[in-house]
Design a protein around this ligand. Structure first.
Ligand code: SAH
Length: 389
């Protein structure tokens, strides 16, 4: 068996069970091909577990087991999927939701790939060439454990994120999924995104139940308007802002699917910072502002990163929120801890003269199973704030 040896004093986190080998911790490694199994050793030759080699942005390999005799066989993957299926039983039975994650990488036992179910159409996302070596085993396991109409894959380890069909009959996109009695349009073949972020399900549900009927909502970084649909169904007037033109069509489709007219639901193709200027000029104020930016974005005019610029979004949004209004701040940056995120929100708002309280902190829904052995798996942080004046 091939080995990877850690630098001296770089073994602590792996002894504690950490799941991803970071290249900066490695002293020496055998010549490894993507997908090869290896034993991780520390400088004194102690064996710290079995991993597979797969280069991705998070590291160079994922842990398979503490048991060095495990092998990535067909049975291994079939058992993995059976276990994952069992845990999704409540969602399969729920009746009001037919799109959710059915296998969530390390949270479900082996990292490097995820599988989502969109009303019977399954989407596998591969994050390294290493795990992709086991494509056939995963596919066979999925077919034997889950019901499906079609299975697709996206190769996230390739720059263009290509999408391929893995079963015989192509699906005619868009398809429609249901989530908590709301409907959304989905297309696997329209770029890296699918039409909805399944990980925000609990947040959409929260927006649906906020005590803001007849209020107004501003949805920043709106994409396909998932949050706007929820707000509209709750009785709010909505304004959705996204820099990408394709958002307009997606939002219109999603409103139509939910039998909402577009009266009092405004859509802008704008950089959010231009929207802020527009709102200030027109004295527009809102009862709820949702901020859900990508971790990085670059427009013609400016570069934005969650870590260095989020506070600017909050400063501007605080100006535009009505008395007793809400601010919903979301980030999926896995290297931003909840504590640091909350502190940033707190210190930004304390610099403003408005009084506020934290109402709720939300995160991933249950099907996005996470593990304490790998903290970045809990990447989604959503903080709801209420202004008290
Ligand atoms: N909130 C959405 C997901 C947002 S994805 C949801 O829950 O469905 C991020 C979106 O931000 C993308 O659609 C992208 O086009 C948009 N975006 C990126 N930079 C932007 C900017 N500077 N101004 C406005 N929109 C931006």
């Amino acid at each position: 068996m091939k080995t990877v040896t850690l630098k001296e004093r770089h073994d602590k986190k792996y002894k504690d069970g950490y799941l991803v080998v970071e290249e900066s911790d490695v002293f020496d490694m055998d010549n490894l091909n993507e997908g090869d199994l290896f034993i991780l050793k520390n400088a004194s030759e102690e064996e710290l577990g079995l991993f597979y080699f797969g280069r991705q942005n998070r590291g160079i390999g994922y842990k398979v087991s503490n048991d060095l005799s495990v092998r990535l066989t067909q049975n291994y993957f079939t058992d993995l999927m059976k276990k994952a299926r069992l845990e999704r039983e409540p969602l399969y039975r729920a009746g009001h939701t037919n799109a959710f994650r059915i296998y969530n990488g390390e949270g479900d036992g082996l990292g490097g790939f995820t599988v989502d179910n969109y009303n019977g159409h399954l989407l596998i996302q591969w994050y390294s060439k290493g795990i992709y070596r086991y494509q056939q085993e995963v596919l066979t396991a999925l077919k034997s454990v889950f019901n499906y109409e079609s299975i697709y894959e996206k190769l996230r380890f390739e720059k263009e994120v290509p999408t391929y069909l893995l079963t015989d009959t192509p699906t005619e996109f868009p398809i429609i999924i249901e989530e908590n009695n709301l409907f959304y349009t989905i297309n696997f073949e329209d770029g890296p995104m699918t039409g909805i972020f399944l990980d925000q399900r609990d947040v959409r549900n929260k927006i649906l139940s906020l005590p803001l009927e007849e209020g107004t909502m501003l949805n920043l970084f709106a994409y396909s308007g998932g949050f706007s649909v929820a707000a509209a169904k709750n009785g709010m007037d909505t304004t959705s802002v996204d820099i990408a033109k394709r958002s307009l069509e997606l939002i219109e489709q999603n409103f139509a699917l939910n039998e909402l007219t577009l009266d009092n639901h405004f859509r802008y193709t704008l950089d959010v910072f231009d929207m802020f200027k527009y709102c200030r000029r027109k004295n527009l104020l809102y009862d709820l502002i949702v901020i859900d930016p990508p971790s990085f974005s670059r427009s013609k005019k400016r570069r934005f990163s969650v870590k260095s610029n989020y506070h600017e979004l909050i400063e501007e949004a605080a100006f535009l929120t009505k008395a007793n209004g809400y601010l919903l701040c979301s980030t999926n940056a896995s290297d931003y801890t909840l504590n640091a995120f909350k502190k940033m929100i707190e210190s930004t708002l304390e610099n403003q003269t408005r009084d506020f309280e934290f109402v709720e902190v939300m995160g991933l829904p249950k099907d996005f199973k996470t593990t304490n052995l790998y903290k970045p798996s809990k990447y989604l942080k959503v903080v709801l704030i209420k202004f008290l004046d």
